[in-house]
Design a protein around this ligand. Structure first.
Ligand code: CAP
Ligand code: MG
Ligand code: MG
Length: 472
């Protein structure tokens, strides 16, 4: 069947959600989306695509007598279709969305009811595109990786981090001990694991207090600044804010702490609340449970790229984007590296769209010249908010160890990320401090362009890490 034939099969309601001759989808009025869509065996792909556009904007399964000429102007429109690849492009008038920049509202439309529709057997949101006019309505990141680099005085290499392991079960004092060992081993950044909360064997207030003591000791001993990312995911907003305030009142200087939020299980309201209440803090988005939507083999959901782009729009300072298959989690370069670049750069190619995160119109030549010069000179402008949505930092974690740092950097093509290695440090035969040293040494070797096996000849912790992890 050709598209013409499919068009003839649409009923009048479906027709009002299709415009295959939409003059200029990128005219600034629409958020654009691409879905992979397989219809069940009752309707054809264009019919189902129009039903998806209806259900994910103004419609339902029948034409209703209550719609008005104005309401119809808010209809999402199927504007392109690839019958061979089962791809469907839909334009969403972004006036549909809650004003003031509400991410959960957009996702409730685009990947809400439609994922449950009987008429699809596959529906996956593969990529999204935001017009620059829309970007202005959204917070975007405030405290960024560049601010963390300035605080730590760390440039030209990844920020080296760990997650305290075992994942759960240490007392607050034992937890802080592990953090201290990592920091004095040379690591920059320690994070709570994603389930860390207020467990009776590790009360939150005690954990905060002990981490502060450990950090002060480590800073004194090493003469280097350190960062700790506290998990502030909780049952309710008041408790979340209470914990944030507890951390700030514990005497941590600005820049030495980040707020970690389990963005999928805690929800986008928590993410945006943290961004709006604490613009001076690194907001760390942990994406536990994202696999239900993003795994490549899942026919229904959305991609890591989509999740990551919305995290930047929401103002997350950094989000886990995966190890491109180098680590223990399912992933591939196409997905993970594309996602990392899309949240880091001002202009980047997605799976289908080239996204400019500049709030400067693409034809503003002199500003773009300045931006390109700045990037060329690798100057980090004090505040590049004027030119667009600030960068969101890829956080690379999941089954990594010092022997995998260079392979990942080679795949990534740059060092502008935070890496956190849990087992990769704490499983080291000589323990956490040696694990941290091995990580630092593998990074030094990378920076000095020396093969780690050669470098290991004069760095025993790295040598032990190589023999231990390679064996595994
Ligand atoms: C890694 C980790 C992270 C995963 C999350 C874990 O520990 O702490 O939560 O990296 O995956 O609990 O598994 P290890 P992703 O370093 O010991 O693997 O980064 O893909 O979201
Ligand atoms: Mg974890
Ligand atoms: Mg802005």
């Amino acid at each position: 069947m050709t598209i013409k034939k499919f068009s003839k099969s649409l009923n009048s309601k479906q027709e009002s959600y299709v415009n295959l001759d939409l003059p200029n989808p990128k005219n600034g009025e629409y958020l654009l989306a691409v879905f992979h869509l397989i219809p069940n065996n009752e309707l054809n792909i264009l019919q189902v695509a129009s039903e998806v556009a209806a259900e994910s904007s103004t419609g339902t399964n029948f034409e209703v007598k209550t719609e008005t000429p104005f309401s119809k102007t808010l209809n999402a429109l199927v504007y392109k279709i690839d019958l061979k690849k089962n791809l469907v492009w839909i334009a969403y008038p972004w006036r549909l969305f809650d004003r003031g920049g509400n991410i959960q509202n957009i996702l409730t439309y685009l990947v809400g009811n439609v994922l449950g529709m009987k008429q699809i057997t596959a529906l996956k949101l593969l990529d999204v595109w935001f017009p620059s006019a829309m970007l202005e309505q959204y917070d975007g990141p405030s405290y960024t990786l560049d601010d963390m680099r300035k605080y730590l005085d760390v440039y030209d290499r990844p920020i080296l981090g760990t997650i305290v392991k075992p994942k759960m079960g240490l007392t607050s004092a034992e937890y802080a001990e592990v953090a201290y060992d990592f920091w004095v081993g040379g690591g920059d950044f320690v994070k709570n694991d994603e389930p860390q909360a207020n467990q009776d064997f590790c009360p939150y207030d005690k954990m905060v207090k002990h981490v502060k003591e450990a950090m002060d000791k480590a800073v004194k001993k090493t003469g280097k600044k350190k960062v700790h990312s506290f998990n502030v995911s909780t049952s309710d907003f008041d408790t979340m804010i209470e914990r944030c305030e507890m951390i700030r009142d514990a005497g941590f200087e600005s820049g030495s702490y980040a707020f970690l939020i389990d963005g999928i299980t805690a929800g986008w309201m928590a993410v945006q609340t943290l961004r709006r209440k604490y613009p001076d803090v690194f907001i760390h988005f942990h994406r536990a449970a994202h696999g239900a939507f993003t795994r490549p083999e899942n026919p229904i959901g959305f991609t890591v790229l989509v999740l990551s782009k919305f995290a930047r729009l929401a103002g997350t300072s950094g989000i886990h984007t995966g190890t491109a298959g180098v680590g223990k989690m399912q992933g591939n370069p196409e997905e993970d590296i594309t996602s990392a670049n899309n949240i880091l750069k001002l202009l980047s190619k997605g799976h289908f769209f080239e996204q400019s995160w500049a709030t400067v119109p693409g034809d503003d030549e002199d500003v773009l010249k300045l931006v390109h010069e700045d990037v060329a000179r690798k100057v980090v402008l004090e505040d590049d908010g004027w030119r667009g949505m600030k960068k969101c930092c890829p956080i690379i974690s999941g089954g990594l160890n010092p022997t995998l740092l260079k392979p990942f950097i080679d795949m990534m093509g740059n060092v502008d990320f935070i890496t956190t290695m849990g087992a990769g440090c704490h499983a080291h035969p000589q323990g956490t401090k040696a694990g941290a040293k091995a990580l630092v040494q593998s990074c030094d070797a990378y920076v000095k362009k020396i093969d780690i096996k050669k470098y290991a000849k004069t760095h025993k912790e790295l040598a032990e890490a190589i023999s231990f992890f390679k064996k595994k």
